[in-house]
Design a protein around this ligand. Sequence first.
Ligand code: NAD
Length: 541
Amino acid sequence: MTTEAISNLKNFINGQYLPPTQGKHIDSFNPAKAEVHARIPDSTAEDVEMAIVAAERAFQHWSETKREARAAILNKIAEIIERRIEEFAQAESNDQGKPVWYARAVDITRSAYNFRFFAGQILYSHEQLNKIDGVATNYSLRQPVGVAGLISPWNLSLYLLTWKIAPCIACMFAIIFRPLRLGDPTSELTTIPIFTNPDIFASQPGPYPNTVGNTCVCKPSEFTSLTAYLLCSVLKEAGLPDGVVNMVFGTGANAGQALVEHPRVPLISFTGGTVTGRKINQTCAPMFKKVSLEMGEWSEECGGKNANIIFDDCDLEKVIETSIRSSFWNQGEICLCGSRIYVQRSIYDRFLEAFVPKARALVVGDPSHAETHLGPLISEDHMHKVLGYIKMAEEEGGKVHCGGGRMTKDDFIDDEHAETRERGYFVAPTVITDLSASSRVMQEEIFGPVVTVYPFDTEDEAVVLANNSPYGLACCVWTENGRRARRCAERIKAGYVWVNCWMVRDLTMPFGGMKQSGLGREGGEFSREFFTEAKTICLAD
Ligand code: NAD
């Protein structure tokens, strides 16, 4: 990949790199320097149409490709990403601002694993067979949906995009229940004779398109397109047939909206903000599209964020260490960050005494340095939004214990590029107390390195505070009392509750938000359900 190719990106359609039909590009910034470092296609409905046609053409062949062959390609994609991990980590960091070590350890490693995980899963899933003795045999199929539209945000760009691509193109079906042609025992399609009335298949044409895989058109975030672009070359090298995955770059309003409203795209998987998700849902509803919406709460007009509940019987040292990560990792730009911290009053002061110095000591700066904890925020606009919330907290009577503003060149000690850094969108880790639980800063997702800390007295109060939000993506509960942990976890209205840990993920488990944080679940069997249509076939005996 040459620098030239990276600086002027093209769409990836039917295995070809194509410029946007209208020839327009959008500047993409490196947020650590506030400099344009790439120009991405400003694609329109015409580009989206071309990508959909390519995906439709690829569908027939891909949906008939055996699962072993699909699994081999998915594993190969994972291998190549791992081989090119440094290149990917650097690109993700340049694009989004996160430290390179973080991109390497989290984003890129997990992106490779997304492919590996679904490659494994397609080999071992199975379907239902149900007999009503002497009457009928039922079996169910999972069939491909067709061309899927996959739309991803900027905060964990490749990680979340591959979380959609891998299950979408993998899909799953159990070969043992492939319909049989028992009338022709020499045919390679003949499998295990499980039906009592097999003649039913004898007259059917083969092959059956039952080893399913969808094809897709992806629309990565316009803020972070570089790693999705690099992924295109990986897909080619891995031997993925042309047209199975197409990448159309550009804005949500143009390329994204064209994809969502296209009548021949029956499924949309979206991760992003609630306001966008609502709009996508409104567009899809009249067409009865399958929709999965993974949403955080970042928007100008709505509120809510993940709670981090800390009881006084917790392992405080572990809580502090993990809460620093759950508050500030990726500059607080993770939809799972626990930015509303509730601490039982008896340890409230002790918590702050330990937590604030550790937040203050975090190294903010050059994303390429191994010792850097936080890079810049994604964009100038977003930085101003975050700073606006800090100002609002001060106006609402909040006490700012550390951070509280944009970093200036004097803050970048020992950095020979301090002047360049000052132009970047760096905000210091900020801890705020003394706000009311209903204040906007306590209610709205800031999506930056800013947390609020608030005391509570009883278990009931903690649960009420945690649930006091129209959103419900994730929550942490810290207590050494197992029964209390279970009680709280079951009462909290969030799609994922961690007890005494954070961001520990098992990809077989359902992932998604409650209330206004999402619609549907993805992960393991849940992704399989989403990316396929179930069909029951009833054969009379
Ligand atoms: P966003 O909603 O602005 O954009 C997400 C994607 O949608 C982008 O690719 C964008 O171009 C596209 N888009 C925008 N308008 C569109 C439209 N009308 N039609 C189709 N596509 C459109 O979100 P963002 O700012 O990129 O990401 C940050 C948000 O994502 C935060 O709120 C965060 O909490 C959330 N998020 C949620 C999860 C989760 O799993 N729940 C994970 C990561 C991020």
